[in-house]
Design a protein around this ligand. Structure first.
Ligand SMILES: Cc1cc2nc3c(=O)[nH]c(=O)nc-3n(C[C@H](O)[C@H](O)[C@H](O)COP(=O)(O)OP(=O)(O)OC[C@H]3O[C@@H](n4cnc5c(N)ncnc54)[C@H](O)[C@@H]3O)c2cc1C
Length: 445
């Protein structure tokens, strides 16, 4: 068999898969339809595009998302390397300058002598060629139909939304203060403090504001099928006046220097680029009409004259019925030459998608070599996630999932203190992951 793999999609998963394969000496044909055809959310022609929040999640030890990052670093992940080079201050989170980050990944991929980049839309899958499908939540229609054809299954999907970005220079620093919650991490957020009356007026307008139409609108109206972790702010607000105050607008751990006390509610802005000229509204993914976003979000104290460089959008998010179709090594059960990676597998998040790309890449390599598949143990986050999405016991209501301690193998010892318990989970995970990834069976020579 040819020592060659086709990868469709050069997002977080496809780029990482290409990197893992190419560094193991396998020739890669990497296909991406950008810039010839752009999805409704992608805007740049670069790879591993950060389409919404520029945060790649927590990097605080004891956080589930931090463990999967450590695992990826052990695999010499390109995405983690790029994040390290292009990070911007964001407290306990790992946030990146989105343009520099994607440029870094694109440069490394394009200059790798084992990778050939093809800028074209793929609509057909050849089940006789080793192929990784990593086309993400906005897989083009033509390819979606081919995936349905080879899996014999309809897609699942939920609706997801992106948050707006504003210009730093347009913000009012007589009101906004810089601080990170509980003074955690090395960076800070910009905090917009509300008093009670301001908050009530804002909530009133937010819940009444006009929504933009979405594609597949009928389905959206009837299903309102959101991923809980990425719920539009107006949907959250409609659950009750105090719901946002206990969610993204929580004021705890922040002291307004003007009053010396805690505000009634706080909107946080996170640095979005290295120049610190752009900030995104944390937790403000939204489906409001653009004009309404401007009107309502300018009611946030300090944003009265905010200039919006990007508005929030709503989109459909596709993933396959992995528990029925996929092995834990990311290989289709019915078609051993075909691997699925990234968000399509039913994981949620940039880093989780990247991790499923790394796993698919390594397993496509092992498959070419006629070697046993690699499935990490459930004591590691990569292992727990891949085993979760491919668990055949999930027969109904399969929902996308991100890194969390609930899917891991329980600890042998009972540890009451949650913080301590999560640190022990982390230490066990890193140790087990390292042992396998660095063994002579899988390590890159
Ligand atoms: C609007 C939006 C907001 C999001 N917000 C967040 C967030 O805030 N935080 C978070 O962690 N995650 C977020 N996500 C999820 C995010 O997409 C994933 O976390 C991650 O980007 C998925 O990685 P992936 O590699 O699977 O897909 P992608 O990164 O989307 O990459 C897929 C690639 O495949 C290409 N492609 C598609 N079809 C074809 C085809 N037929 N032929 C060739 N190329 C094709 C696309 O051009 C794209 O480059 C968001 C997603 C969207 C769409």
């Amino acid at each position: 068999m040819d020592q060659e793999v086709n990868i469709i999609g050069a997002g977080f998963a496809g780029s990482e898969a290409a990197w893992q394969l190419a560094n193991r000496g396998i020739k890669v044909n990497l296909y991406d339809m950008k810039p010839i055809k752009m999805s409704s959310a992608h805007q740049s022609e670069n790879f591993a595009e950060v389409v919404c929040s520029n945060s790649l999640g927590s990097q605080t030890e004891g956080n589930a998302s931090a463990l999967i990052k450590q695992e990826l670093k052990i695999l010499n992940s390109l995405v983690m390397e790029a994040a390290e080079f292009t990070k911007v201050p964001a407290g306990g989170a790992l946030a990146v300058d989105r343009d520099k980050f994607s440029q870094y990944v694109t440069d490394k991929i394009s200059s790798h002598n084992m990778i050939t980049v093809h800028r074209e839309e793929v609509t057909e899958i050849d089940i006789n060629k080793v192929t990784i499908i990593a086309t993400g939540p906005l897989t083009s229609k033509g390819l979606s139909e081919s995936i349905t054809k080879i899996t014999g299954e309809e897609y699942f999907h939920f609706f997801d939304a992106a948050a707006p970005i504003v210009e730093y220079d347009s913000l009012d620093f007589n009101i906004i203060f810089k601080q990170s919650r509980y003074d955690k991490g090395d960076g800070f957020y910009l905090n917009c403090p509300f008093d009670k009356e301001q908050y009530q007026n804002f909530w009133d307008e937010l819940t009444k504001a006009e929504l933009a139409p979405v594609k597949d609108f009928d389905e959206y109206e009837t299903n309102k099928n959101f991923f809980e972790g990425c719920m539009p702010i107006e949907v959250l607000a409609k659950r009750g006046i105090d719901t946002p105050r206990f969610g993204p607008l929580k004021p705890v751990g922040l002291t307004d220097p003007r009053t010396g006390g805690r505000a009634y509610a706080v909107v946080q802005l996170r640095q979005d680029n290295a120049a610190a000229s752009l900030y995104n509204l944390v937790g403000f993914q939204t489906q409001l009409k653009w004009g309404e976003q401007k009107r309502v979000f300018r009611m946030i104290p300090g944003l009265e004259n905010a200039e919006f460089v990007r508005f929030g959008v709503m989109h459909r998010n596709a993933y396959i019925n992995s528990p029925k179709l996929l092995n834990a090594n990311m290989q289709l059960r019915k078609h051993p030459n075909i691997f699925i990676a990234g968000l399509l597998t039913g994981v949620e998040g940039y880093i989780e998608s990247c991790a499923m790309g790394a796993l698919a890449g390594i397993n496509a390599y092992l498959h070419l070599q006629n070697r046993e598949a690699l499935v990490f143990p459930k004591t590691t986050m990569m292992g727990a996630l891949s085993r979760y999405v491919s668990n055949p016991e999930i027969t109904t209501n399969f929902q996308p999932i991100n890194s969390n301690w609930g899917i891991m193998q329980e600890l042998d010892e009972k540890i009451r203190d949650k913080k301590q318990r999560n640190i022990v989970y982390t230490q066990r995970g890193v140790k087990d992951f390292e042992l396998i990834a660095n063994s002579s069976l899988y390590a890159i020579n």
